[in-house]
Design a protein around this ligand. Structure first.
Ligand code: C2O
Ligand code: CU
Length: 479
């Protein structure tokens, strides 16, 4: 029966120093038997970490999963962090002695492969997140954390290793947007279950370009099609898609508009009224929804199946309900509103060169095995495809030469989309983001300012099977 479970709200952690065990847990997802999961802190999604911008946050993750799981690596997605705390994928280890899709040498030193940065079973690693940019508090944004291990990111995420991370700041707090109980974070994930309510093992022999895992059940905050009671007023909904492959084309069942106020990199310059919002894996959208017109009713958050004409092989956009809001019948005062101007883009976005100084081209191929490739190579932790000097602004083209849509994610900073196929981005992409749809044949141009942190950072598809099957490369920021 849909909408039976109440929407879970993951525990919120706000301290500057946190210890989070990575451990087995059981969670009631479907009626009946509980589901075994691999979790951050005992739940899926893991605890929501909520911190003020500019305040250093140290998290020790203890790997308490069985040794057979092998090494882990935690990435704060959307974060601006030092390379050693960025969740490097690493290379081959005793637990993972070969890679089926990536060309990685077996005799790399732990340093060259990045293995020294991994969390081994039974051990822990401390990650330090400054939440600053050039010495100032960074922009508030809705981020998330997840495992990023070589070849196994999809497997680890499927079992539950993901959680939300919200950075707040004074700029946002001063705006009249809904807040507190009226600021709701929703993580959408698809999973498949066997008849004992356990996760299936979908990691069979789906090879590029047909490797995309889509589950049949949609979970919101770890519950199957839940409901949530809301007051008849405005809410800020932060939506994150942590599915491996699926996209969701969101709309409300009562036809009410969603006013988009934010994306991956925090608030947008101005709100955009939308009736449908496509959210690919790892993308975030923040919307304000007014339930005042639905007093005493219920409203479903739904996803429409497909955008005709686009995306022939990609993303299996879900069709159906995700969750239900049960709107209270009493009239309540609501002093919140959406200002006509939200948060200006940083000034560098206006001055940036529009001519790409590097192109990342996605293909599929290989001699002995078929992998996804960027500029002709699958992932190799020792190889950087381009370099940037610290403090410079990079303008890069991403070109999808395959017949499948991809969702390219760039680490290190928030990026600004300059063009899609030579045309300026639509208003909902005219903002800072870190994950971008690229349709078959398409070219996009993005720019990012690489300050504070030198070293290696990855660029990859966030359809997690694609990432694991080679679609990942690196750039180096030089001093
Ligand atoms: Cu959300 Cu490189 O990852
Ligand atoms: Cu992809």
């Amino acid at each position: 029966m849909p909408f039976r479970a109440p929407l879970p709200i993951p525990p919120e952690l706000t301290a500057a120093r946190l210890e989070i065990p990575i451990r087995l847990a059981e969670q009631g997802i479907l009626p009946g038997r509980k589901t075994k999961l691999w979790t951050f802190g005992g739940s899926f999604p893991g605890p929501t970490i909520r911190r003020p911008a500019g305040e250093r946050t140290e998290i020790s993750f203890h790997h308490e999963l069985p040794a057979s799981v092998g090494e882990l690596s935690v990435h704060l997605h959307g974060g601006h962090n030092r390379t050693q705390f960025d969740g490097q994928p690493g290379g081959l280890t005793g637990a993972q002695p070969f890679s089926e899709y990536c060309d990685i040498s077996q005799d790399l030193s732990p340093r060259a492969s990045g293995n020294e940065l991994l969390i081994r079973p039974g051990e822990s690693k401390r990650y330090v997140y400054d939440l600053t940019e050039e010495g100032h508090p960074e922009r508030a944004a809705f981020k998330w954390y997840h495992d990023h291990r070589l070849d196994r990111t999809a497997l680890h995420a499927w079992h539950g290793l993901a959680g939300m991370f919200i950075v707040d700041d004074g700029f946002e707090a001063a705006l009249p947007l809904p807040h507190g109980d009226h600021d709701l974070a929703l993580t959408i994930a698809d999973r498949s279950f066997d008849r004992h309510n356990q996760l299936t093992d979908p990691f069979t022999d789906l090879r590029p370009p047909n490797d995309g895992i889509a589950g049949g059940r949609i979970l919101v905050n770890g519950a199957f099609m839940p409901h949530h009671r809301v007051a008849a007023r405005r809410y800020r909904l932060r939506v994150l898609n942590v599915s491996q492959f699926r996209a969701y084309d969101l709309y409300l069942s009562n036809g009410a508009p969603m006013v988009q106020i934010g994306a991956d990199g925090g608030l947008m310059p101005r709100p955009v009224r939308r009736s449908r919002i496509l959210v690919g894996p790892a993308e975030r959208v923040e919307v304000v929804v007014d339930f005042a017109h639905a007093r005493g009713d219920s409203v479903e958050l739904r996803s429409a199946p497909h955008r005709p004409g686009r995306d022939p092989l990609g993303s299996h956009t879900y069709g159906g309900p995700l969750m239900q809001f049960r709107v209270d019948s009493t009239r309540v005062p609501d002093r919140s509103r959406v200002p006509a101007r939200l948060r200006p883009l940083p000034p560098w976005t206006k001055k940036v060169s529009r001519r790409p100084d590097h192109t990342w081209t996605i293909t599929v191929g290989g001699v002995f095995k078929t992998s996804w490739l960027i500029n002709g190579r699958s992932f190799d932790p020792t190889y950087c495809d381009t370099g940037v000097r610290l403090g410079e602004t990079a303008t890069w083209e991403l070109h999808n030469k395959t017949s499948v849509a991809h969702l390219m994610h760039l680490h290190h900073t928030s990026w600004y989309l300059l063009s899609r196929e030579g045309r300026p981005p639509p208003p909902w992409e005219d903002c800072l983001k870190d994950t971008f749809f690229i349709y078959p044949g398409e070219r996009i141009v993005v720019a990012g300012r690489l300050v504070d942190h030198t070293g290696k950072f990855v660029v990859h598809c966030h359809m997690l099977d694609h990432e694991d099957h080679g679609l990942m490369s690196q750039f180096r920021v030089r001093a």
